[in-house]
Design a protein around this ligand. Structure first.
Ligand SMILES: NC(=O)c1ccc[n+]([C@@H]2O[C@H](COP(=O)([O-])OP(=O)(O)OC[C@H]3O[C@@H](n4cnc5c(N)ncnc54)[C@H](OP(=O)(O)O)[C@@H]3O)[C@@H](O)[C@H]2O)c1
Length: 234
């Protein structure tokens, strides 16, 4: 039975991905800070270890790694999905509080890398996959998105360098596109976001990456969903 660790699995994309993988028979290790919502999200999953905590906390990350070590020393998939938008409404860079920016980088850049460092051996043992969830804000200079966007740009570059340094792993930066989630509502506090797709609509693109195993790189969900199977590089 393949094993995945998904961070931020109580809501949004993480929750939808965990649900899909559980249905496909995966064993899961999941986290989120809120224990009640996390327990609710994974209720009824046959093989799940839910560990409430904050990815920026080194002790919590060690607990996640210990759970992965219990899975025969092999981890097939790490999805670094937990993320913070930072201050809402999104401030321009000239006003960005640097303490807040540090928190954004701790969550969106350092924590994902720390988990890769802790889990590199069990991932390599399984010829595993790392999915770092990115954003179009990593590549587009939207006003107000400089804090979050630059953190995702850093995560993209970390993903690319990891792919070059760790040839036994597949390392993907995965841009899911807009989704109707709590984070998206926080980014557009005054807007009706009911026209954005549910995160469940993006999960088939994630499953495609995991099952078809194209070369390491940056992938957009919209491209993956538009391609026929033959078009995905083998
Ligand atoms: N929604 C979009 O339109 C959009 C677009 C582009 C990219 N993305 C990316 O997609 C991913 C998922 O976003 P989403 O929209 O699904 O977000 P979401 O609905 O806000 O869910 C975020 C999840 O992460 C958890 N989380 C947040 N901070 C955490 C921390 N420090 N430690 C552990 N868990 C934490 C949350 O639970 P707790 O709050 O209980 O911890 C929750 O389960 C993120 O990487 C985001 O940057 C989203």
């Amino acid at each position: 039975m393949p094993t995945a660790l998904i961070t931020g699995a109580s809501h949004g994309l993480g929750r939808a991905a965990a649900r899909a993988l559980a249905r496909l028979g995966w064993s899961l290790i999941v986290d989120a800070r809120g224990p009640v919502d996390l327990a609710d999200a994974v209720h009824g999953f046959p093989h799940v270890t839910a560990i409430p905590g904050d990815v920026t906390d080194a002790k919590h990350r060690a607990q996640l790694a210990a759970a992965a070590a219990d899975s025969l020393g092999q981890l097939d998939l790490l999805v670094n999905n937990a993320s913070t938008l930072g201050t809402s409404p999104l401030p321009p860079l000239r006003d960005y509080d640097l303490g807040e920016l540090r928190r954004v980088y701790e969550t969106n850049v350092l924590a994902p890398l720390a988990l890769v460092q802790l889990l590199a051996a069990p991932l390599a043992a399984a010829a595993g996959v790392v999915v770092n969830v990115s954003s179009d804000a990593a590549v587009e200079p939207y006003p107000g998105w400089g804090g979050y966007g630059s953190s995702k740009a850093a995560l993209d570059q970390i993903t690319a360098v990891l792919a070059a340094e760790e040839p036994e792993l597949l390392c993907y930066a995965f841009d899911p596109g807009d989704m109707r989630t709590r984070m998206h509502q926080a980014a557009f506090p005054e807007e009706d976001i009911s026209d954005r797709p549910e995160p469940e609509a993006v999960v088939p693109a994630l499953l495609r990456l995991i099952s078809e195993r194209p070369p390491s790189g940056r992938y957009q969900a919209s491209d993956l969903l538009a391609q026929s199977p033959a078009e995905v590089p083998a």
